[in-house]
Design a protein around this ligand. Sequence first.
Ligand code: SF4
Length: 442
Amino acid sequence: MQATLDKGSVRFITFGCKANQYDTQVLREALLRRGWNEAQKESDLVVINTCTVTAEAGRKARQVARRLARENPEVRIAFTGCLAESEPELLRELPAVHWVLGNGEAKRPVNFLRELGEELDPEELGIPAGITEFAGHTRAFLKIQDGCNMSCAFCIIPQVRGPSRSRPIAELCAEVTRLVQAGHREVVLCGIHIGHWGLDLGLELGQLLEALASLEIADDEGALDWRLRLSSIEATEVTGGVLEAMARHPRRITPHLHMPMQSGDDGVLRKMNRWYSVEEYLRCCELIRAALPAPAFTADILVGFPGEDERAFTHTLEAAREAGFCRIHAFPFSPRPGTRAGRPAEVGTPVPVEEIRSRRARLSEEAHALGERFKRGLSGQRDTVCLEGRAGLSGRYQRVEVREAPARLQGRLVDVALELESEEVEGEVRTRLIGLLEGEPR
Ligand code: SF4
């Protein structure tokens, strides 16, 4: 069903990863610049940016659309994003859905606005490459590339986002400058497979990091203190160039790496079509530790992939311990139609749902213990926190409570001395990191 609409208010709902949140911001800015107003609650136009990484993510998006249609008979829904790309027919059948727009590249906001009935051509639109702020967030996400060249057995992303395409350095430098000047003192570099940034340009990620970290950004009052964080990067793609840039700019690039491990068992990694062995992954961790001061490692681990038996799962617990993760995102395996693991029995012996639940709980327990150990190691150390309210995120990806921080420091990077506090709540010892302010932030 096609429709045009009078300009009015528009509401955005985003599912999924940081790259999707960035894509929503691109659409938001394009619409607001054309005179639309953003609504937080009711609106006759709702843009739902979808995710298809799990069947659950798709189910939730469809559920939201049905609820919106029930609550407001006038509502018109525009679906976009990965689910709109992978299963457009399913979305078109839903009530109140007027547009289903996939991940069409480059001129995407232009196409989107035309679909909404806006008469314009790309020149006239005047969309700067990228975004100018990250609405409602202290930390801004910046998408440096899209797409993925790999073919992990559980993942549908390469099918819906295509191969890796990198954004040029000059465009990204300009965008970081805009974001920092707009007040975002932490910019998180995200994408679908950021370790492959530059492959299509004959460059490598370390060069981009060096260029971005060397930017001196100022406002009317002088130089600004700001930093970059890498969102998620494969361990094998933390190259010498990446480490050199990180080591050369310790204040500008947080010593935190989120490196999906997925499994700590070589047999399962092969079934997943991952390209490294556990030994190689752990060697990468060692190299990073040798290059950076006390880096923080976080990881994604997929639990219950077909063929993962108790022994393989034990290998994962051991590898997690050896890597010394400070946080683990433990995902339960669920077959994603359209992927190689969509028919689990063809990949390996399926793991019963109850067993997946139990392994996930065991992994979460291990993750908690590792996180506590990491926090204890930080006590007495210094770090820099991006302040949001009474707490903030430290360079090493820890939530730190900063007491008595004046209001004028909100959103700024503040240097703190860390202390670990613990208290007993209902028979359980809970710990938290406290940051004591040091010096005057710039
Ligand atoms: S590396 Fe694997 S899991 Fe990551 S986006 Fe590419 S195919 Fe998916």
